[in-house]
Design a protein around this ligand. Structure first.
Ligand code: FES
Ligand code: FES
Length: 166
């Protein structure tokens, strides 16, 4: 398809990219904007490694055509770190909890997991273990067995303040 100018908001800033509207948001993020924190696993909506927030909802960016992003707000793992830095923190409390609980091993699933967790905590500040499981059910991890990831999200839910969730 012919390339076109696509304008959207990424991590709080307006961007304009010249892209094929049929290419994926994941490709735009990684290859056109250099935001490589979002990972490419399966490329088919199966693994969740590419999860970002679009209009406040967790989506698989590999399945979102660039043309559908026009005018939308997108948040990636880089944006989450920026939010934390604006509050004087080195990293977001969710990221910190993942490290503290041993929920990061190879780390490939981590950005997508953290974004899915963030989407959950935006809606539900004190989730149950089952709710955490459901929220990350679309994110595959080959390393941890999920227990540490669930513990990290529950730990973060206890120490997050509103400013860092909204
Ligand atoms: S890379 Fe998008 S779901 Fe696997
Ligand atoms: S930490 Fe390796 S895939 Fe999750």
């Amino acid at each position: 398809m012919k390339k076109q100018l696509i304008v959207f908001n990424i991590n709080g800033e307006k961007v304009e990219v010249f892209a094929d509207p049929a290419e994926s948001l994941l490709y735009v993020l990684r290859e056109r904007l250099g935001l490589t924190g979002t990972k490419e696993g399966c490329g088919q909506g199966e693994c969740g490694a590419c999860t970002v927030l679009m209009e406040g909802r967790a989506v698989n960016s590999c399945l979102v055509p660039a043309g559908k992003v026009e005018g939308k707000q997108v948040l990636t793992i880089e944006g989450l770190t920026l939010k934390a830095r604006e509050k004087g923190l080195a990293v977001h409390p969710l990221q910190e909890a993942f490290v503290e609980k041993g929920a990061v091993q190879c780390g490939f699933c981590t950005p997508g997991m953290v974004i899915s967790a963030y989407a959950l905590l935006k809606e539900n500040r004190q989730p149950s273990k089952d709710q955490v499981r459901t929220a990350i059910s679309g994110n595959l991890c080959r390393c941890t067995g999920y227990k540490q990831i669930e513990e990290a999200i529950l730990a973060a839910s206890k120490k997050l303040n509103n400013e860092l969730v909204l």
